[in-house]
Every structure is written in C-alpha cells, then in structure tokens.
Design a protein around this ligand. Sequence first.
Ligand SMILES: Cc1ncc(COP(=O)(O)O)c(C=O)c1O
Length: 454
Amino acid sequence: MRTVEDEQEAFRVRTKKSAKAWETAKRCTPFGVHSNYRLLDPYPVYVHRAKGSRIWDVDGNEYIDFNMAFGALVAGHSHPVLAKAIQERVANGTIFGFEGEDAAPLAAHMAKRFSVDRIKFSNTGLEGTLFSIRLARGVTGRTKIMKFEGCYHGSHDALMVSIKPTPDREGDPRRPTPVPSSKGLVPQLTKNTVIAPFNDLEATEALVRENADDLAGIILEPIPMNMGFILPKPGFLEGLRDLADDTGAVLIFDEVKTCGKWYGGAQEAFGVEPDVKVFGKAIGGGFPLSAVGGKADIMDQVVPGQIAHAGTFNANPVSMAAGLVTLTKILTPAAMKRAQGIGDSLAKGYIDVIEDHHLFMKVQYAGISGTVHFTHKPVVDWRSFQGVDVARWGNCNTAMLNRGVIPMATGPDEQWTCSVAHTKADVERHLAAFEEVAEMIKQVQPEMPLVEAI
Ligand SMILES: Cc1ncc(COP(=O)(O)O)c(C=O)c1O
C-alpha cells in the first residue's frame, strides 16, 4: 500500500509541466490562478484540452473529470452539437451592440422550464446575484439582505460576508456575527447583511422578525454547495417562503448551481417557489451565461428610470446560441434523468466502499451531484462543516488524481457533477480508484468516535 508521502511524490513526478506552468504564471499573477478557488496543494494542475467526461493536463495525463468546471459542464466538455452551433455562430458575428435573434426563444424556454414569468440575461453568477439584491432593494425600498452563513453567491461586495468565517469571529451559532470575507469592504455592507444559520428555521425566524421593517430580501442556495453538499431539512424552504410572505421580503433562490441539477431546477426538487431565481453555470454549456428570473410584478419594474440593468455582453449572441442549444438540445428531460442515474450509482458506490472499509466519512447527495464529507457527523450548516478534516481530504484528492480521477474539485467545500457525457464505466473507474485509496485513508484517520446526535 502506498503512503501519503508516496502519493505526494507520485503527483509531483506526474505533473512536472504543471509545476513549471505555475512558476511561469506566478511571475505576473498572484498565486498563478485567476480564480482563487483553482488553487490546489502543492500547485494547480494546468489543463491542455478536454472532451466529454475527460480532461488532459499539460503533462499529457488523462483524467475522468467529476468537477466539470465546478458544475458548469452538465453538458460535458465540448459537446459536438454545441461545438457545431458555436462555430456557425462565431462565423456570423459574436456581438452586435443590438439584440440578436436567440435571446427571445431562450428566455421563453427558460421561463417555462424554470417556472418564472420574466428573464434578464447577464454573464456570470456574480452579476446575477448582484442584480437580484438590487431588485429586492428596489421593489421593497428597504436596505437589509439576509444571507446564510457558509453560502457563496459570487465575488461581489454585498454578499462577501460570512462565507467561511473562522471560529474566533463567527459568534453565536443562532445569531452569527456578520464577518467580512475580504479586505476592502465598506462596513455599511456588513451592517446591512443579516447572517442566519442554514437549516435552523427557529433562529432564522427570530432574525427575520427582528429586522422585518428593513429586510429587502432573503437570499440562499436551496442546496448550499459551497460547503460541500447540504440538503435543506424538510420544512426549511417552506418556512422561509412563509416568512418572506409575512414580512414582504423578496425570497431569492441562488440557483447558479441547482438550476443544472434537475431539469426544472430546485423548484422541481423541492416544490417551493421563491420570488426571484438566479441561474448560471450549467445553462451556458461551458460559455458565460447567467440570468435572473422572477415574478412579473417584480421583474416588470426593471425599466429605465426605475431599476437599472445593463451590460455590454448581456445576451451576447455566442452565449445565447450556447444557452439555446444546451437547454433545448442537450439537457433534455431524458438526458437529465440518465445523468441522475449515473450520479446515484456514484453516491451508492461511495457509501458501499466507506462502509466496507469502516471509513470515517459521510456521503450527502441528490441527483447528479454529491460529496463525501470527511467527518462522521452529518453536515447541516457552516458550523458542522467545520468538522471536516481538510488534510485527509487533500490526501485522498492527490491519490485520486494520481489514478486519473478528478473526484470533485479543489477543496472539500465542493461536490461532484455527473454530466450527460459520463458513463457507468466512468463511475466504475472512479470507484475502483477510491477503493484503492481507501486503505491509505484508513491509516491516517483518527479512531472512529461515537456518533453524536446533532
Ligand atoms: C451558488 C453560487 N452562486 C453564485 C456563484 C458565482 O458565480 P460566478 O462564479 O459565475 O460569478 C457561484 C460560483 O461558484 C455559486 O456557486
């Protein structure tokens, strides 16, 4: 059996060109990456090309990719139908400074598919959630926004609060202290952000009632996927809907990740209808595309002189063509169902290996995505996520990469994504690699503690 040190050495030997690329990149770019989430220990992998469920790094190593660009590639890498449509699009103009032909049919498709009345397009999830907050403030005339501890909504100031607060700063679990997640934020932003504990409806209700007169909106990921994979407890989303109705706050579901997990997004999975939804990642099939959708009475206030919305690249023809082909031709109901079957078999396979080897881990999943939390306790919120053993996760990740599998992403706060390109054979190879790694993980895990009820 290989040790942790053997795996680290094997990784360095296999990825010499990535190490070199990192040194070059660091000359002009802090840390050598253009999104800090791409950092990896000991250095990031640099990629040459990708196709279907596969990625090849600059050293020529092939991986089965279950990160899929942090969930943006439910359509798989370079789907042939998408690639053809984009080639045609690019040959006929990439941006006009006028509206193109594809935005209206794409908006109509998305409105029906995701049960919203109106749609406005932008490019990144960040732009979408930023606009959703302005919308909530604009229609209510109030200033405060409630977000949940540990949830991530993109790298913009208003919501860069309490994303990964440390235990010394986070305060009372039922009344978390708003903690800025970056230097450079003005204190007013933190003051106008109310932080609530995910999955604790009673504590959230107390905070909503206390701030009711000023509360413009409540924003959340219906499944928090920036602290692994956390399912909402039964009644939690429904409770938030009732609280928003009672207080007049706008309920916003950040579906940047969840919209690609079921054909109809989170509403299909949980049956709860928010006022506003933010879509991103998977809808563009690998191109930058995001959208805000919502009820007509709210969205129809987005007109000149009332609520502003603008962007040079909004609804650009390339992203529109990509979105239209991805949603209408690739992420069909049948394809999504098949991918969910693949996701189920991966999750169940993980559970079997974990049980067989008595590993100190918890699988949490639904549909095409899930994660292995390196802890014996269920992870239900940010505080329980902090029990995850990051070092052990890293050892496992390195050993999986050495076996040609990208199991999740660059950290334990992410999850796998099974795309329409993945096959049962990909899942079998993923699980075979994990089976090999399991005994190594066992050597470095602490004694299994008694499972405490939480
Ligand atoms: C739930 C959620 N919302 C918003 C964003 C921001 O999206 P983008 O990175 O496209 O700006 C992310 C990105 O990971 C996300 O996971």
